[in-house]
Design a protein around this ligand. Sequence first.
Ligand code: PBG
Length: 325
Amino acid sequence: MGFPQQRPRRTRQSDVWRRMVRETHLTADSFIYPMFIVPGRGVRNAVKSMPGIFQLSVDEAVQHARSVVDAGVAAILVFAAPAHKDARASDAWNPAGLAAQAIAAIKSACPRLLVWADVCLCGATDHGHCGHVSETGVIENDTSVKTLAEVALNYARAGADAVAPSDMMDGRVRAIRELLDANQLQNTPIVAYAAKYASAFYGPFREAAESAPRSGDRRSYQMDPANAREALREVALDVEEGADLVMVKPAGPYLDVIRQVRDRVDVPVVAYQVSGEYSLIKAAAANGWIDERAAVLETLTGIRRAGADLIISYFAPEVVQWLRP
Ligand code: PBG
């Protein structure tokens, strides 16, 4: 039986009908908001390529965290851009380092806000790569994994509610789990950036996090955008190594990957709507070419419909306010 008996428009004829048959819902509790920490006091630098996003010193970050909690944000993701950068990424594993300070300060000001800590070396290395670089320029896996585990331990000790390794080295989830467990931090979850692609959409972030590689690119550790089966393998390995949540990143260009991952694993799936996805919408809206709010909600609904349980987005504070009843 087709048309004229079948008329799908019947359940689209009013707002009440449309709401009743809606399949996908955004909820405030599923958003995580990224924040960029820089040294100093009273610092609030606008990130030019990301209108509305600022690099904040620890004191300013505490104020901002209070305001996003008031807006209804449940979790933030902390990135630090320390002044001191060296080959060993020492600021990242130093208990007095910038990220550890920020985590502790935000947790003490906002105890109920979940503070996730991005675990990587790129913000703290002088060369800007996510792992250690050998004399011949190779990004070394196994030495990097050792350091990453120390970084995760440092952030967990500082009070992070979750550690989120974004480096894409092999085997780091297990190494982090073992080191946390050996240090009575068995209750700290790991959010693994499991399928992280070598994406052009990270451009604006690298300004915000001051983490662009000085030479070369990240294609020897981040994934080739052409590969979806490989993403499933990465995700399966991370789950097996002990990941409590797995992430697909970026989100918009990888909705098929999000769907396949959601169908394959039982842990929560996180999608990261990255800086470039944010900036594209902001730029088009600033020119009057699209309706910002509608475009934001449409992209986020698409990410959710694809299967993401949680979404990391720079739009989070606004979105959770829009979603308030
Ligand atoms: C660092 C890291 C990056 C992002 C999150 N963690 C950048 C990169 O890998 O170069 C990107 C986030 C964004 O673009 O919003 N390892």
